[in-house]
Every structure is written in C-alpha cells, then in structure tokens.
Design a protein around this ligand. Structure first.
Ligand code: A3P
Length: 306
C-alpha cells in the first residue's frame, strides 16, 4: 500500500496496477461476475484522458434513434450516470444486486471502465463485446489528474503539492497506473484486433471530432446514413457533447455524481497544452524521457501542444 498517490483514496498494487482502495472490491466483483453480451460496448480509459467526452459521444451515437436533441438525456444527466462505470458503480455498494441490474439494462449496454486491459474479465476480451479506448498526452493527463484529485482529496486527505504528485506520476503511482502500461495494453490489443478495440486520442478528437464520431459509429456497427449526414445528425451530436455545452448545463454545475464527486469536477479547461502553465523545464525533460523510454518501439506517440 502507498500512503496516497494521485487518487481519491489509498492505492494498492493489485494485479500489477495501482488500484484505488475504494475500487478493489468493484474490480474483483467485475472480474468474477460480469457476463458480457456480444453487443456490449465498453468505453475504457486511463483517468482524466477524456472519458466523460467519449462516453457522452458514444451514448449519443448508439442511442440516436431514441432521442431528439431538444429532449436528450445528456441535457439533464451527467454522462457518468448514463454510462455506469463497471468497477465504481455496477460492482460497488451502490447497486444492491449488480447481476440482476445488468440483466435489466437496455441493449446495447454501455459501460465505462478504467481497469487495464490485462485485468479485464475474459468474458469481455473473448466475447464480441467492443471496446472503445481513449488516451491523452501524458503532460495534460497529469495536470488534469492533479487538479481533479486535489478537489476530491480535500474531503479526507491533504492536497498534494505539484512536485510530490509529479514524482508519483513519473513512478506510475496513480489511479490505475502505471499510465504507460495502461495505454500500451489497449494499444497492442487494438493493433492485434482492430475490430475489437478502437484506440482513440483526446488530441485527435479535438482536431477532427467529426471524423471520429463517424469512425466510432462505423466501429460499433451503426454507421450514419447519407440522410442522417444530410440533416446534420453528426453536427448535432458534436454540439450536444461539446465541452462548452456540457459545462454550462445545470446538472453539471450543481449536480453530484456521489457524495465525494461534484459533476463540475469533470469539466475544467478541456484544452490541449494547459500543462505549459505548470511544468518547469526539468519536469518537461523528465517526463519526455519517460515517454520516450516507455513507448519506444510501440508506434504510439502524442501531440502535446495545440
Ligand atoms: P482538463 O482537466 O484538462 O480540463 P475524464 O473525463 O477522463 O475525467 O477527463 C477529464 C478531462 O476531459 C478534463 O480535462 C475535462 O475538462 C475534459 N473534458 C470533459 N468533458 C469534455 C468535453 N465534452 N470535451 C472536451 N474535453 C472534455
């Protein structure tokens, strides 16, 4: 066990990743009891890499025939309540009987997870369930994580200084870390099985979200028709899920996900390159070297500035 790293609770080295204490039972329950269906969609991510955005987009894409943009659940609910997290919501104490709950969910079922690929249950990896993964450049991910966890920790743990948090991050001691193993696990699988795992980057979505909305829809077997494109369905989804739109919704201003997490914590700046406002030259040097060393030869690289 570590004192407390970049997380909202103590971190434990569990199955070769740093699992927040509050998620261990959830991960175990998920591994033991979850039965994937072939049409399940799992949005996987390392924390603070754009999960909220991707689950909103995926929810809107998959359910587009049911809702109009004027009367959409994303206008009144935070995306995390519409797409439950397997280890934090479904298999945590929130839901009395997770298996019954899962069997009652509308299909296709949409879930999110931060669990590394290597720790996913076989039921997911060996079924036809699809995985959409998002990651983000490690510089912005770090600043986003540091600011986020300090907001949550303020309830029970003292805030982490930037330097202390950075040391832990460089050593991989962060919720669901090391971040390099998390990314590489899904990256390798997406290379080996492109029909199983769609690997996305936050920076690419920021640059051309229209392309990736189509890409996600095709990957999930529900491509946009020419008619949908003509009437602007893609643009409506992009607008509905945009940072500016979601941040100003009442539910994301005053709502709470649970007793520790305010919905507004998920919407900070939503930019590429905010790290420049925090990093010293030696931090840039150190993190650049780690990225080079850990990702070397994998073919995975990141854009770090806008
Ligand atoms: P910043 O802290 O850099 O602003 P996650 O959803 O995985 O927790 O990631 C949170 C990060 O995604 C935050 O980054 C947040 O502002 C950003 N974000 C949340 N919703 C977004 C959206 N709809 N579009 C773009 N970025 C978004």
């Amino acid at each position: 066990r570590r004192e407390s790293g970049l997380a909202s609770s103590y971190l434990y080295l569990f199955q070769e990743f740093w699992c927040p204490g509050i998620a261990i039972e959830g991960v175990k329950g998920f591994q033991k009891y979850f039965q994937a269906k072939d049409n399940d969609v799992v949005v996987a991510s390392f924390p603070k890499t754009g999960t909220t955005w991707l689950i909103a987009l995926t929810f809107a894409i998959v359910n587009r025939q049911y809702f109009s943009t004027e009367n959409h659940p994303l206008l009144t609910s935070n995306p995390h309540t519409l797409v439950p997290c397997l280890e934090f919501k479904i298999f945590c104490d929130d839901i009395h009987d997770p298996v019954l709950h899962l069997s009652n969910m509308l299909e296709p079922r949409l879930f999110s997870t931060h669990t590394p690929f290597t720790a996913l249950p076989k039921s997911i990896t060996e079924s036809n369930a699809k995985i959409v993964y998002i990651c983000r450049n490690p510089f912005d991910t770090f600043i986003s994580a540091w600011t986020y966890f300090n907001k949550i920790r303020s309830m029970s743990l003292p805030a982490l200084e930037l330097e202390e948090a950075f040391e832990m991050y460089c050593n991989g001691i962060v919720s669901f870390g090391p971040w390099w193993s998390h990314m590489l696990g899904y990256w390798k699988e997406s290379m080996a099985r492109p029909n199983k795992v769609l690997f996305l980057k936050y920076e690419d979505l920021k640059e051309n979200v229209n392309f990736y909305v189509k890409n996600i829809a095709e990957f999930l077997g529900c491509p946009f028709t020419a008619e949908e494109e003509r009437v602007g369905e893609i643009e409506s989804i992009i607008k509905l899920c945009s940072f500016e739109k979601m941040k100003e919704l009442e539910v994301n201003i005053s709502g709470k996900l649970d007793k520790f997490i305010d919905n507004k914590f998920f919407f900070r700046k939503g930019e590429i390159g905010d790290w420049v406002n925090y990093f010293s030259p030696s931090m840039v040097n150190k993190l650049s070297k780690i990225i080079e060393e850990k990702l070397c030869g994998s073919g995975l690289s990141f854009k770090i500035c806008s």
